[in-house]
Design a protein around this ligand. Structure first.
Ligand code: CAO
Length: 474
């Protein structure tokens, strides 16, 4: 067997060279056909000529949330995502926050749709044999292990690059190079270290984390953009590269308006913060601003009819300057349109608290949906606070595929969030997540081209199955 390995590798390398030669020839003939080196426009109807990432194969070594968010997006765009999981256990989220006994949790199913699953013990020599074959055939390796884990497995950048110079190695880590680079990081650690928590919440209260998973899903999104950019660059250079997204960096990128305000502080108070209108002095760092807008148009969250019993009966109300007159008419204060204390945005700044209290007197007489209808008719930007129940039941979100019902063999139907990025020629259909190891045989045979005898040898070695004890515990 040991002798067969190099032969097989040679044959595969030859096939790969032939394949890329075919691609070059195709491009050349396209050049001839079109004159500009680009393929001719497809004659097929939109949405019926594959997907944006058709032909891209991802070795998905991700777990928990940040990495899986990224690879799920790539799968929705048509990439063949092969998720490698530890035999018998799999991604830890399969069993976390379980709602249906013995079925994969929603935590897992909502982050791993459209992928294939193969179980491999990466620390077993035969497991590494399969992994190396995958490295040779995939375009991108995506991982979000703790710092150093991939190297400890033996898959250093140098090794991966040697096995496949075209391979892009994309990683999520908690921190970039620096004092914290070796730390393990979860969502809220990133929110705290990336500047989100210190600027979220009310001035009088402690820092707050937000429900939006800006550390995990936010970084996964950043990584996906890095990957497609690296794939694009590879078209020109022919070589892969490392792509790194630190969760701290991703959160900070989403908090850049707060770094903007940090620098503005040196030049005086932040006049659009309600703290200014309340006469409270600013300190050295950007304060928490409650429900202030964060932009140039003052805004606040206001109670609506029913707020006493419904925790979500609120509307976010933006006093956009161009529609100030319409706001005054709606709330019954037409004189504010010409009163010098109210007529200009600057004059209004020290009076925002009083202004929003007056607008709230009006919003409290209407439901949030009534306020939405009335204000939108005269172009006043407002936003109802929607509960997750309301979002799950919203027909327009179902229609666009942003909220989708997905089927699963062991847990039945569940709701998920579909692809929020809509493309006219790359339509996303959300499919169920794979069962643990569901595609192991398929990948070994069809993707890696192992013969039946080789598959038997690898399987008998125990590299793809859980040790007996773990199987019982799982
Ligand atoms: N076969 C054999 N071993 C495997 C394996 C497989 N298929 N898959 C994983 N392992 C091993 C790893 O090699 C590692 O072993 P060593 O530590 O001995 O080298 C081990 O499993 C654990 O990996 P880990 O340290 O990444 O996992 P953890 O549960 O201890 O930590 C987390 C989880 C998320 C804190 C850490 O992975 C991390 O900091 N990741 C980077 C930041 C990140 O993505 N955070 C977001 C998480 S979502 O909130």
């Amino acid at each position: 067997m040991a002798q067969k390995k190099p032969k097989q590798a040679k044959a595969k390398a030859k096939a790969a060279t032939k394949k890329s030669a075919r691609k070059v020839m195709k491009l050349k003939s396209a050049k001839k056909a079109n004159g500009n080196g680009l393929p001719k426009a497809s004659a097929k109807p939109y949405g019926q000529d594959g997907k944006a990432l058709t032909g891209v194969r991802i070795l998905d070594f991700t777990h928990v949330q940040s990495g899986p968010t990224c690879t799920q997006l790539l799968a929705w765009f048509g990439a063949d995502v092969i998720k490698v999981e530890r035999p018998g256990v799999g991604d830890i989220t399969r069993g976390q926050l379980r709602d249906v006994p013995n079925a994969d949790s929603l935590y897992f199913t909502m982050l791993n749709s459209n992928k294939r699953s193969i179980t491999i013990d990466s620390k077993h020599p035969q497991g590494m044999r399969v992994l190396e074959a995958l490295v040779k055939t995939c375009d991108v390796l995506v991982e979000n292990f703790a710092p150093g884990a991939l190297d400890r497995m033996g898959l250093t950048w140098e090794r991966v690059h040697k096995l496949n110079p075209r391979m892009i190695v994309a990683s999520v880590k908690g921190f970039g190079p620096g004092p914290y680079e070796d730390c393990k990081v979860y969502e809220n650690v990133a929110q705290c270290a990336g500047g989100a928590a210190s600027t979220t919440g009310f001035r009088e209260g402690p820092p707050l984390v937000t429900g939006a998973q800006i550390g995990d899903s936010g970084t996964g999104l950043h990584l996906a953009l890095g990957i497609v950019s690296a794939l694009y660059q590879r078209n020109r250079t022919g070589r892969g590269q490392k792509v790194l997204c630190a969760m701290q960096d991703g959160v900070l990128n989403l908090c850049r308006v707060k770094l903007r305000d940090q620098q503005r502080l040196a030049h005086g108070p932040l006049t659009e913060y309600s703290q200014y209108s309340e006469g409270v002095p600013f300190g050295k760092a950007v304060p928490r601003a409650g429900n202030d807008s964060g932009g140039g148009q003052p805004a606040w969250l206001l109670k609506c009819k029913g707020w006493e019993s419904d925790p979500d009966a609120y509307i976010y109300f933006i006093t956009q300057a161009p529609v100030w007159g319409a706001i005054c008419d709606l709330i019954g204060e037409p004189t504010w349109k010409t009163d010098p204390d109210y007529t200009t945005p600057k004059a209004r700044l020290p009076r925002l608290k009083k202004i929003f209290a007056r607008i709230e007197d009006w919003t409290m007489t209407k439901t949030k949906f009534e306020v939405m209808d009335i204000c939108n008719a005269v172009d006043i930007p407002v936003g109802p606070i929607l509960s997750m129940k309301e979002i799950a039941e919203e027909p327009s979100l179902r229609k666009t595929g942003t909220v989708v019902e997905v089927d699963h063999p062991t847990r039945g139907k569940y709701l998920s969030v579909g692809n929020p990025i809509k493309m006219s020629d790359s339509i996303s259909e959300v499919k169920g997540s794979p069962l643990l190891g569901e595609h192991t045989d398929e990948v070994l045979k069809d993707v890696l081209g192992f013969k039946a005898s080789e598959i038997a040898e690898i399987k008998n070695s125990g590299a793809l199955s859980a040790p007996k004890k773990e199987e019982k515990a799982a």
